[in-house]
Design a binder for this molecule. Structure first.
Ligand code: GAP
Length: 488
């Protein structure tokens, strides 16, 4: 990306962050104390949008697939879980501190950013050889070599401007805490860095109690925690976030077919949500984690470039096998069709609820000029919009508020509705555009005569006259998840 393009894109992200705060979507956590890095809170409209996205994912998984059921596992798990999963020994990032600014950086990110600057300045070959050298050093776990690369390249701390670096050290990303009230008895446990392990350790519980037959899946939505060193790009990389993961258990040998199927299904889901084709791409992993035999990411073009929103991994039998070894409890399934016991293989689909939220927000954010005037609105699909309709009496008198409240009473049990009577109708429309309400329903004097209202459409600003008796049916049709489901 050229530098000027990059500046414009970052300005767009700044606008989106400011909009999210100003209009009740996302605030920095504990802001009155100047916030906490990489931790955010969702406001009145943010929580509605996030809940709608989570519900859409949940229903896609558990309603559209009769062979997928849900689970809600705890955040705390027995500490051996994380030994078995490999997180205690290898869930690390290489980090380096600048001795003058006392700031900590991810060593690989420092080199990658330096390479990106070199590439932007036109020397693509040197940038490529630098990233290749970094990949070789990381592969060989040569941390001293990574430090030498940083110093030899003259990479400076952006804060202090010096190259006074510490050694590079591995830094485990898991948060730990103590369980137990008496300090001598207390033992270290971790805040889960992924929800997946809660599914793996419950694999047999769910299989038996829900009477599932392979192939089947277990879906879960829940918090995960990672002590990310580089906390940037708003809610893209958080320290406390939510994951929506589905583990699909299959017969060994059939996993690559299922991997293909899930990769395609998940791509379709993103398109059905209204993400344009040119803003989505799949990135197939060439270098695979030791437990995977295929892996890909679904990437979205954020204002800061194409980045991962969801990962699809064929995780083999690594996790169940490892839990079997560490727990000494068999993690096998008896397959009546082939009369065999085996440890199933697993396809995982894993998406961050917060990243999905950010993608949805970036995709919905529209700034346009109409008749020389700037207009900003959020073009959410009606099924996921935080507020479905605003009921607006034209004036505060002549019985219009009472008539409008009758409409609210009729709709509020099934839809998230706003009633507003203050300010001019134009101002009220603008306010609803800014939070992405797809329909504004105006009650005027004609309403009192013929029981009709105007519906003003957010994206086109066009208005139509509709009978009050048709409103419920119209909203049900327009705001139903079914409209999205049918496109998957
Ligand atoms: N169980 C597999 C797993 O956890 P991952 O690629 O590390 O894989 C899956 O994470 C998804 O979780 C990512 O695609 C992303 O959407 C989300 N995610 C991961 N780390 C995150 C973070 N620090 N902040 C927000 N979302 C994150």
């Amino acid at each position: 990306m050229a530098k000027t393009e990059q500046v414009a894109e970052n300005a767009q992200l700044k606008d989106i962050i400011a909009h999210a705060k100003e209009y009740g979507f996302v605030y920095p956590s504990s802001e009155i104390y100047d916030g906490l890095q990489a931790v955010y809170d969702y406001g009145a409209y943010g929580v509605e949008l996030k809940n709608n996205l989570k519900r859409l994912w949940w229903e896609t998984m558990t309603r559209l697939n009769s062979n997928i059921v849900g689970i809600d596992a705890s955040i705390f798990m027995h500490p051996t879980t994380w030994k078995a999963s490999g997180h205690v020994d290898s869930f690390n990032d290489p980090m380096i501190d600048n001795k003058d600014s006392k700031k900590r950086y991810r060593a690989d990110v420092l080199v990658e950013e330096h390479a990106a600057n070199i590439e932007n300045a036109g020397d693509v070959e040197r940038a490529n050889s630098l990233t290749a050298a970094l990949a070789r050093l990381l592969e060989a776990e040569d941390l001293a070599g990574v430090r030498d690369l940083i110093t030899n390249e003259g990479i400076k701390c952006p804060i202090s401007g010096t190259s006074n670096w510490t050694d590079v050290r591995q830094f485990n990303l898991m948060f730990s805490t103590q369980i137990g009230s008496v300090s001598e008895d207390a033992s270290t446990i971790y805040l889960r860095p992924e929800t997946a392990q809660g599914i793996f350790v419950n694999f047999l519980n769910v299989q038996k109690t829900a009477r599932m037959k392979v192939p089947f899946g277990i879906a879960q939505i829940g918090k995960a925690f990672r002590n990310e060193i580089v906390a940037r790009q708003f809610i893209f990389r958080m320290r406390e976030f939510e994951q929506m993961e589905m583990q699909f258990f299959v017969r060994p040998g059939s996993e690559l077919e299922w991997y293909k199927e899930w990769s395609e299904t998940r791509m379709k889901w993103h398109r059905a949500l209204g993400i344009p084709e040119n803003k989505l791409r799949r990135h197939d992993h060439e270098k695979l984690a030791h437990y995977a035999n295929a892996a890909m990411d679904i990437e979205y073009q954020f204002p800061f470039g194409f980045k991962e929103v969801e990962g699809i991994h064929s995780r083999t039998d690594f996790d169940l096998k490892s839990h079997q070894e560490f727990s000494k409890k068999k993690q096998q399934y008896f397959d009546p069709e082939i009369n065999q016991n085996y440890i199933p293989y697993v396809i995982e689909t894993s998406i961050g609820a917060d990243r999905l939220f950010l993608m949805t927000l970036c995709n919905a954010y529209v700034e346009e000029e109409v008749d020389g005037k700037q207009r900003t609105y959020l073009k959410f699909h009606p099924a996921i919009a935080p507020v479905k309709a605003a009921i607006l009496p034209l004036t505060k008198k002549d019985g219009l508020p009472e008539k409008a409240m009758e409409i609210v009473e009729n709709l509020k049990y099934d839809f998230n509705i706003i009633y507003e009577e203050a300010a001019s109708i134009g101002k009220r429309y603008t306010r609803q555009d800014l939070i992405g309400t797809p329909y504004c329903i105006a009650v005027d004097h004609q309403t009192l005569e013929d029981n009709t209202v105007t519906i003003r459409h957010r994206d086109t600003t066009e208005q139509e006259r509709v009978a009050i008796s048709d409103l419920h049916g119209r909203l049900t049709q327009e705001c139903s998840f079914r409209r999205i489901f049918e496109r998957i």
